[in-house]
Design a protein around this ligand. Structure first.
Ligand code: AGP
Length: 638
């Protein structure tokens, strides 16, 4: 997955493209490149930077040329190592065609061999470069550009969004899209195209989301849109009110830390939004309009939430199965939510990893819903699963943080989290708002189905506010101890085991993922009850075991036994426990003690402290916390 932005119009494009590119770095930051039809000699000029921590920044400092049509790319490597040759843009042999690409060309190996056979010489080992060479041949063989592009689509398998600059057509940006998202921004005497609206959101809010399987020819004054069959496609621009509040760290050293501290407010906003969702008008259903919604008080629960997610009261009452599909941190939040839907609503709930779901047998069942959980709303695995489910005419609901995302547009209904932009690659406030949103939704469903009363629903909402309060307050309590004593101590270990049971097991998985992804310390997670079936062999004094407690009394007792078995093997034990859990606290080498919350919300209450602990371990190691190696914020390739 990569970030792409292109511009054509009345202004010189370098700064517009490079600024847009810096907003797209969340999609990848392995390397970056810029190309334009050079204003001086009317040929393509380009520059690429690879590796290091800030390639877009270095690119901005290095590029001196400019033009009225240009494009940029920030890369997350899939095919070909991270180096300057493999950075985009890529070119045909004569360097008269430049291409930037998001996605994967699956047929690239066979195309490459064919093109080499025809005399083409390749400069990179990417899948993308074949497309520039191929288009060059097709332009030579066809009488017009459109026929060449239609022919191009017939040769390429995979998922792609390409933008081409062709010297022969200097007044046109050429866009070809299949499965990877692309959005055009319409300005006055200038137009934009990017893989995400935020790349040009300060320049225009009039946008056209390009339909799947489409070709766009964009000049400074016009947009022509065609299907892959060559038919002209009508389009109507829509207005997006989202602004790119120039995201700054507000004095925090890293976005991750800022976002950890934003969680209490984000959860409160999310619950407030859910609480009043019934009093909104129908505009809530419009993906582009919800971003600026302000919660206002509502006293009664009405049906609007069901309309928002495309259900009716009766459908909710008759639901037989809930399926949740997601990836990474969103999958951990979904695994926690499984307990909510099963315990509160009594609905059997299955949670799937999106990357596995598509390749498993699919059984359609009556009265089932499919909830797609995603911070970005663009994750390719989850999106493709959504498309598969949609094609089988099942009901899909997107729970995402980005209301203008593809998932929101394609699902039957959606429920937005109110986390606000999450910049750090490591998800923090998206996780906690996902958990909060699904807890609220499960309670609301339970109310509709009569398994809880309105009073219990109100209590659950209060419980969410309390958990958010504890999430933040517990950081304050342990802040200095973590920074001065615990983080320096634990940053010296090179492996950890994470343990949990019941609702704290998926939370332990999330904790292990957080540690792995930002500190590069090896972290293995197990359900604590599984220790004795093998992993207990790993327990020693060099491998701290981090155990997350629960508030269910019976399960807590079992966890205490698991903790004792760690100590009996001279293991080093760190516990996240709740007040009064002396059996656990007393045997731990290090104990974090939190106030009690509603039992199912234990993970939400512990989230901030866990993230803060991991953040400071990583900070000790001096690593690039917001942009860990090999990762990107939004994973738009399979
Ligand atoms: C976690 O910190 C990661 N950023 C990652 O696991 C992420 O949750 C996953 O890629 C799914 O992304 P999504 O929520 O945007 O779909």
């Amino acid at each position: 997955m990569c970030g792409i932005i292109a511009y054509i119009g009345k202004r010189l494009c370098r700064n517009i493209v490079l600024e847009g590119l810096s907003r797209l770095e969340y999609r990848g930051y392995d390397s970056a490149g810029f190309v334009c039809i050079d204003n001086n000699h009317k040929h393509l000029s380009f520059h690429k930077e690879a590796g290091g921590i800030a390639p877009v920044q270095r690119l901005s400092e290095a590029v001196k040329f400019d033009g009225y049509a240009g494009m940029g790319h920030t890369r997350w490597a899939t095919h070909g190592i991270v180096d300057q040759r493999n950075a985009h843009p890529h070119f045909n042999c004569k360097k008269s065609i430049a291409v930037v690409h998001n996605g994967i060309v699956e047929s690239y190996e066979e195309l490459r061999q064919e093109l080499i056979h025809r005399g083409h010489v390749f400069s990179s080992t990417t899948d993308t470069e074949v497309v520039a060479h191929l288009l060059s041949d097709l332009i030579d063989h066809h009488s017009d550009l459109k026929s060449a592009l239609l022919d191009l689509t017939k040769h390429i398998r995979g998922a792609y969004a390409f933008i081409f600059l062709v010297e022969q057509y200097p007044e046109t940006l050429i866009v070809v899209r299949h499965r990877s998202p692309m959005v055009v921004g319409l300005g006055d005497g200038e137009n934009f195209v990017a893989s995400d609206f935020i790349a040009f959101s300060d320049k225009t809010n009039k946008v056209v989301f390009l339909p799947d399987d489409s070709i766009a020819l964009l000049s400074k004054d016009a947009l022509e849109l065609y299907s892959f069959e060559g038919k002209a496609l009508p389009y109507s621009p829509q207005q997006i009110d989202q602004t790119y509040s120039d995201i700054d760290k507000d004095g925090f050293e890293h976005f991750m830390l800022k976002e950890i501290y934003e969680q209490k407010r984000a959860i409160n906003r999310t619950i407030a939004f859910c609480k009043v969702i019934g009093s909104y008008n129908d505009e809530v259903g419009n993906p582009s309009s919800d971003i600026t919604l302000q919660p206002h008080p509502a006293t009664e629960y009405n049906d609007s939430v069901w309309r928002q997610i495309g259900l009716t009261k009766d459908k909710v009452k008759n639901l037989r199965y809930i399926n949740i599909i997601s990836a990474g941190t969103s999958w951990h939040a979904s695994r926690i939510a499984q307990f909510f839907f099963e315990h509160l609503c009594g609905i059997p709930t299955r949670v799937y990893l999106a990357s596995e779901f598509r390749y498993m047998p699919f059984f359609t069942e009556p009265n089932s819903i499919y909830i797609m959980v995603s911070q970005s709303g663009e994750t390719a695995d989850t999106l493709e699963a959504l498309r598969l489910i949609n094609s089988l005419e099942q009901h899909t609901i997107a729970i995402t943080n980005v209301a203008s995302s593809t998932m929101v547009r394609e699902a039957s209904g959606f429920l937005p989290m109110q986390a606000g932009p999450e910049i750090s690659v490591a998800s923090t406030k998206a996780f906690s708002t996902q958990v909060a949103t699904m807890y609220w939704l499960a309670n609301r469903m339970a109310l509709e189905r009569g398994t809880i009363t309105a009073e219990q629903m109100h209590t659950s909402e209060e419980d969410l506010f309390i958990a958010a309060e504890i999430l933040e307050a517990s950081i304050e309590i342990y802040k200095f101890k973590i920074m001065q004593e615990l983080a320096p101590r634990y940053a010296r270990y090179d492996r950890f085991i994470f343990l949990g049971r019941h609702v704290s097991y998926p939370f332990a998985m999330e904790a292990a993922l957080k540690l792995k992804e930002i500190s590069y310390i090896f972290a293995q997670c197990y359900p604590a009850g599984e220790l004795k079936h093998g992993p207990i062999a790993l327990i020693d004094e060099k491998t701290p075991a981090v155990l997350f407690s629960v508030l269910d009394e019976l399960i807590y007792r079992k966890l205490v036994s698991n903790a004792q078995s760690v100590k009996a093997r001279k293991g080093h034990l760190i516990v996240f426990a709740f007040e009064g859990q002396h059996e656990l606290i007393d045997i731990a080498d290090c104990a974090f003690i939190l106030p009690r919350v509603a039992p199912l919300l234990a993970p939400l209450a512990m989230a901030g402290l866990m993230q803060f602990f991991v953040y400071h371990i990583t900070r000790q190691l001096g690593l690039p916390i917001d942009k860990p190696r090999n990762l990107a914020k939004s994973v738009t390739v399979e």
